[in-house]
Write a protein that binds this ligand. Structure first.
Ligand code: NAD
Length: 355
């Protein structure tokens, strides 16, 4: 028997095709009538189309969302929000746009509707990462958990194959760490396995044919499942490393996750045999770490930190940062082991089978 505590997070999830058409009803359901639509500059056209379809329920578009939620952008968005007396936000986009909606909710308590268009999973979490003066900080607060998620498979059809693959493996990383989380529980673990297997099935098909609607639907479901795991339990070494590498060396978010994941899993494997069995089962492979490495490679993703801008002379600093603040991990964090893991990830070596 294993004791556990499980806290369900409140969220309304609408999943389907053409569901963007339900955003107006969802705004009214929240008793709001003046939505500000958020997006990145790249998705401005989609945001403007949504704004037009909302008619008088929408008071404008703010299309300057950026990676890692810079506070300076949030302040400009807040000014736009006040100027138009908006009473809720609709974030249309990936984790960057969702992050802006959350940063606004943290400061205003306004309700959020999120319409995700990548597989990052942020929409299902009470976590917000922000950057100010080049420093990234992360916090958990129920204030930032979106009230409503509208998943519309149609919007993911334009996500390029490479971005889909990297974003999908980023989602898998949430479920992987949920399987060996300190506060893991049977509900989250079931969802984690479902999320990993949905993405493992879907991503190879999407890379082959980005227009494969069934695979897109499977992947978006997997993203929700994995994001829910991230929101429900604590993360460990892998997320800490990616946070450090992204923040200190300005590496791209999803790609960093795809490269580090097999090595973080190999490091933790001896201390988390049950999680390894479940990850391998969900992927349909014999070994979790090698399976994750082979999976990323089969999708055509980068497998070496050296190839995405990591400086070789940064490995020591990265190892120092990763061991600096103590945090829970199934295997104790030792600098030598973490440095060796980073060296393997730097060169893109296939993880060795654990004895
Ligand atoms: P992103 O939101 O930065 O999107 C990447 C690019 O793809 C953007 O230019 C975007 O406009 C474009 N794009 C998105 N969807 C598209 C589509 N369907 N078609 C065409 N183009 C599209 O990338 P991301 O990986 O989704 O998010 C990364 C950010 O999310 C990071 O800042 C990360 O820290 C954060 N994140 C936070 C959490 C959390 O729980 N707080 C979880 C995961 C990620």
């Amino acid at each position: 028997m294993r004791d556990f505590v499980y806290t369900a997070l409140p969220a309304r999830v609408i999943f389907g095709s053409g569901t963007l058409g339900q955003v107006a009803d969802e705004i009214r359901r929240l008793r709001c009538q003046r939505a500000l639509v958020l997006s990145t500059p790249q998705q401005r056209t989609a945001a403007e189309t949504l704004a037009a379809s909302l008619g008088s329920l929408c008071v404008g578009v703010f299309a300057d969302a950026a990676m890692h939620t810079p506070v300076e952008v949030t302040e400009r968005a807040l000014a736009a929000l006040r100027e138009r007396a908006a009473d809720c936000t609709v974030a249309l986009g990936g984790g960057s746009t969702t992050g802006l909606g959350k940063a606004i909710a943290l400061r205003t308590d306004l309700p959020q509707i999120v319409v995700p268009t990548t597989y990052a999973g942020s929409e299902a979490t009470p976590i917000l990462g922000e950057t100010e003066a080049g420093r990234k900080t992360t916090q958990r607060s129920m204030k930032v958990l979106p009230e409503t998620i509208v998943y519309d498979v149609d919007l993911t059809m334009t996500l390029p194959a490479a971005l889909s693959a990297a974003s999908g493996v980023n989602a898998i990383a949430h479920a992987v760490e949920a399987l060996y989380a300190q506060d893991g529980n049977p509900v989250t673990s079931e969802l984690a396995e479902q999320g990993i297997s949905a993405l493992a099935r879907a991503l190879p098909r999407i890379v082959k044919d980005p227009g494969d609607r069934d695979a897109r639907s499977d992947a978006l479901f997997g993203a929700w499942a994995c994001g829910t795991c991230l929101g429900a339990v604590g993360m460990a070494l892998h997320h800490k490393l990616c946070h450090t590498l992204g923040g200190s060396f300005d590496l791209p978010h999803a790609e960093t996750h795809t490269i580090v994941l097999p090595h973080a899993v190999a490091y933790n494997a001896p201390a988390a045999p049950e999680a390894m069995r479940r990850i391998a089962r969900a992927l349909g492979v014999a070994d979790a770490a090698q399976g994750l490495f082979d999976f990323a490679r089969s999708l055509g993703l980068a497998t070496a930190l050296a190839d995405i801008g990591m400086p070789k002379n940064g490995l020591d600093r990265a190892a120092d940062l990763a061991v600096a603040n103590p945090y829970w991990n199934p295997r104790p964090i030792e600098r030598a082991g973490v440095r060796a893991l980073l060296v393997d990830a730097f060169h893109g070596r296939r993880p060795q089978l654990q004895p």
